[in-house]
Write a protein that binds this ligand. Structure first.
Ligand code: ADP
Length: 411
């Protein structure tokens, strides 16, 4: 195969070959004539291990490997939903003509799960099992995306406090706040991690000047990238091409988020800051549920009155999840002229403050708009280090103190 993603003389991957003790197994020959066989071991609703063989070419081998990698560790229902696009998302540059191999891989995986279901049907005698038992039928997903239970052996077990940074919509400075919160806590001597859970717009690599960096993995653990004394993890460190994120679908998204939380060796941390996807939909919901029980949320907004509606949604979101709200932070709150010191309210005034008052929540302060915030972010520099004396940097620091205070009050 001409593409560099797959060797011309591939060495066999670790997931190639029969699996001893498998409780699901099937062999399928695709229309192209390639035969694939999958073995799965399902325990407690999760794919504990998944292996395969194929008599096909290296494309078939690559797709089988990708499907097994995605399925291993995933909840049974999530693995059952894997689609050829999920497999191809792991194989950038995969030749168009060979894409049927991805379909064969996901179909064979699905059939192996069905085989497990047939053998483990909860009904005593269920004639319909030949098709699919009613009690096992995949139901259309309504409402939130199904979220797997948090694994007991978690990469988060030595993390003291987990803080999620939320916003009702994108572009309000959520990632900037998350990054500066992490940098400020690290500068105070705390052991800090920052997880960029925004899969569609990962910004941590840029904010820390690490575009193109990759997270290393050893054995079954992924090691965070480190900068400014902070342990960083982002899908930007896991995907070969930034464009790949655009085509990530539900099951793969959950798998990546789960990996970034629980398969990363976070080690001992005082604080893990999680930059959540924007909004109050399935994605931030999955992140919060996968974390287990975050210790608190910081809600970021801009000061317009109109933004208050988004903040209200974020408040409802936290209340539904019983997630303590540490406070509301108003970002881009006025522009202070560096020459005359006069403040211009570019994006309205007081929206965040009034909402905090109305809902009896802590107000974490106002961060004025400062063009250096954007310049430092784009260049991967620490704004707090370079412009520590600015009004905005001081406001960031005050907000961090308020967050620490709110955390103490909360617990
Ligand atoms: P979000 O994560 O909410 O989408 P970002 O943190 O990516 O938002 O910020 C959006 C843009 O606004 C970025 O270019 C960032 O540099 C800029 N920005 C954020 N906060 C400020 C601020 N206080 N002053 C100036 N620019 C800011």
């Amino acid at each position: 195969m001409p593409d560099s993603t797959i060797d011309a003389q591939p060495t066999l991957p670790g997931v190639f070959g029969p699996l001893r003790g498998a409780n699901g197994n099937v062999r399928i020959t695709g229309p192209c004539g390639d035969t694939m066989e999958f073995w799965i071991l399902i325990q407690d609703g999760r794919i504990h291990r998944c292996t395969f063989t194929t008599d096909g070419c290296s494309s078939s081998l690559a797709c089988g490997t990708a499907a097994c990698t995605l399925a291993s560790g995933a909840p049974e229902a999530v693995a059952f939903e894997l689609q050829p696009e999920d497999v191809l998302a792991l194989l950038p540059g995969f030749p168009e003509a060979e894409k049927h191999c991805a379909l064969l891989a996901t179909n064979t995986l699905k059939a192996a799960i069905s085989d497990y279901r047939k053998k483990n049907c909860p009904a005593e005698s269920c004639a319909s099992c030949e098709k699919e038992c009613d009690s096992r039928k995949e139901k259309p997903v309504e409402g939130p995306v199904p979220v797997p239970p948090v694994p007991t052996q978690s990469g988060l077990s030595d993390v003291q406090k987990k803080i999620v940074v939320l916003s009702g919509k994108g572009g309000v400075g959520k990632s900037t706040v998350a990054a500066n919160l992490a940098m400020s806590l690290a500068a105070k001597g705390f052991a800090v991690g920052l997880l960029d859970a925004d899969l569609h717009g990962p910004s941590v690599p840029t904010l820390f000047g690490l575009s193109g960096a990759h997270a290393e993995s050893f054995g079954d653990q992924i090691y965070p990238v480190q900068a400014n004394g902070i342990k960083l993890m982002s899908s930007g460190f896991m995907l070969d091409h930034p464009d790949q994120a655009v085509i990530i679908r539900g099951p793969l998204k959950i798998k990546i988020l789960e990996q970034m939380l629980h398969e990363v060796n976070w080690g001992k941390l005082d604080y893990l800051i999680v930059d959540c996807p924007p909004g109050t939909g399935d994605e931030p919901l999955s992140v919060c549920q996968l974390i287990g029980s975050p210790d608190g949320a910081v809600i970021v907004t801009t000061p317009q009155e109109i933004a208050a509606a988004d903040v209200r949604k974020s408040i409802q979101f936290c209340r539904k999840l019983k997630l303590p709200i540490l406070g509301i932070l108003e970002n881009m709150s006025g522009y202070v002229c560096p020459k005359c010191g006069e403040t211009t309210h570019l994006f309205g005034q007081n929206g965040g403050f009034k909402t905090a008052e109305k809902y009896n929540l802590a107000f974490l302060g106002r961060i004025p708009f400062d063009p250096n915030v954007g310049l430092c972010g784009d260049a991967g520099h620490s704004y707090l280090e370079r412009h520590g004396e600015s009004v905005s940097a001081k406001a960031f620091e005050t907000a961090v103190e308020q967050v620490l205070f709110a955390l103490k009050k909360e617990f």
